[in-house]
Design a protein around this ligand. Sequence first.
Ligand SMILES: NC(=O)c1ccc[n+]([C@@H]2O[C@H](COP(=O)([O-])OP(=O)(O)OC[C@H]3O[C@@H](n4cnc5c(N)ncnc54)[C@H](OP(=O)(O)O)[C@@H]3O)[C@@H](O)[C@H]2O)c1
Length: 333
Amino acid sequence: MSQKFKAIVIDNQNEKFSRDIKELSSDDLKDGNVLVKVDFSSLNYKDAMILKDGGKIVRKFPFVPGIDFAGTVVDSKDQKFKKDDKVILTGFRVGESYFGGFSQFAKVDSNFLIKIPSKLDTKKAMMLGTAGFTALLCSFAVKAKEELLLGTKVNDVLVTGATGGVGSIAVMILSKMGYTVHAVTGKKDKNEYLKNLGAKNIIDRKEFEGESKLLEKGIWDGVVDTVGGSALTKIFAQTKPGGIVAACGNAGGIKINTTVMPFIIRGVKLWGIDSSGSSIKRREFVWNEADKLIDFSKMSTFTNELSFDDLLNTYPKLLKGEYFGRAIVNPYK
Ligand SMILES: NC(=O)c1ccc[n+]([C@@H]2O[C@H](COP(=O)([O-])OP(=O)(O)OC[C@H]3O[C@@H](n4cnc5c(N)ncnc54)[C@H](OP(=O)(O)O)[C@@H]3O)[C@@H](O)[C@H]2O)c1
């Protein structure tokens, strides 16, 4: 028997874009082999672009957005998952090509899901969400310098876009890993917030604008860059020999204008991060490390729980850079 539930549905009929809270039935969920009751989803920059006008990402309408969720398995056609298992989904083009998490129920491919580690729950999982998962991937990429690559110890790590979702969580993780974190921000009033997350030093975003030399003084053992563009060009020139730059974002631009010098003279490594395509093994490893590296009570001070109505009022603020903090979505609120 088909079950009715609420979801956010975007549509684009006769070139008129709409976003509404609608009632759907389980018959509307065509893809996947695991039915999940969504406990929480989260609001990411990509979700905001999709909610605005599809963001040139969603091509099929009507469509249910939401690129991540955590919830409880209701029915599974794959024996890897059974009823009542708690699961996390991030990426795999869910919320872009497949119906996503801004819904009370979602149905996805079992190969996209992982079980929630016993020390987390569905709320904590979405307090992190795609942003937190990406921050974890970036931080472990930096740590690879002293572990996987058996290089010298990591000391000074730079984080750009530090007050953003990925940046804030990266500051917290890297300081917990024992590194000296230097946070780059354009927001002068957020110094205390960044220090409270563990940043030792705050740098004005302006210092990473403009032209850079082929090689500047090497300062950073590792970098988590969420900004891209000219900042990333300067970052390569300032990275110490053997340093790792984990590049995940383009909040400041997509073009980089660099030379081979940092790579062939200093052995600087550019480590691209695509959280959406991470392997299931990598996902399981990283999510299992989360409880050791994240202070959830601190995170709760800058996490807001939104209803579907709140979500539709909030996403434009995120696009304008006027929203601060993490936003989780409770589809039953
Ligand atoms: N590769 C992946 O798997 C992956 C996953 C998630 C997100 N991302 C990308 O990572 C980036 C950050 O995501 P997020 O969720 O943290 O976004 P966010 O919350 O919107 O944060 C972005 C931050 O970047 C800084 N910023 C904004 N505009 C800028 C500009 N013009 N120049 C320099 N800095 C600017 C701001 O921080 P300050 O004011 O503190 O400077 C802002 O808070 C985005 O580009 C997103 O698409 C990638």
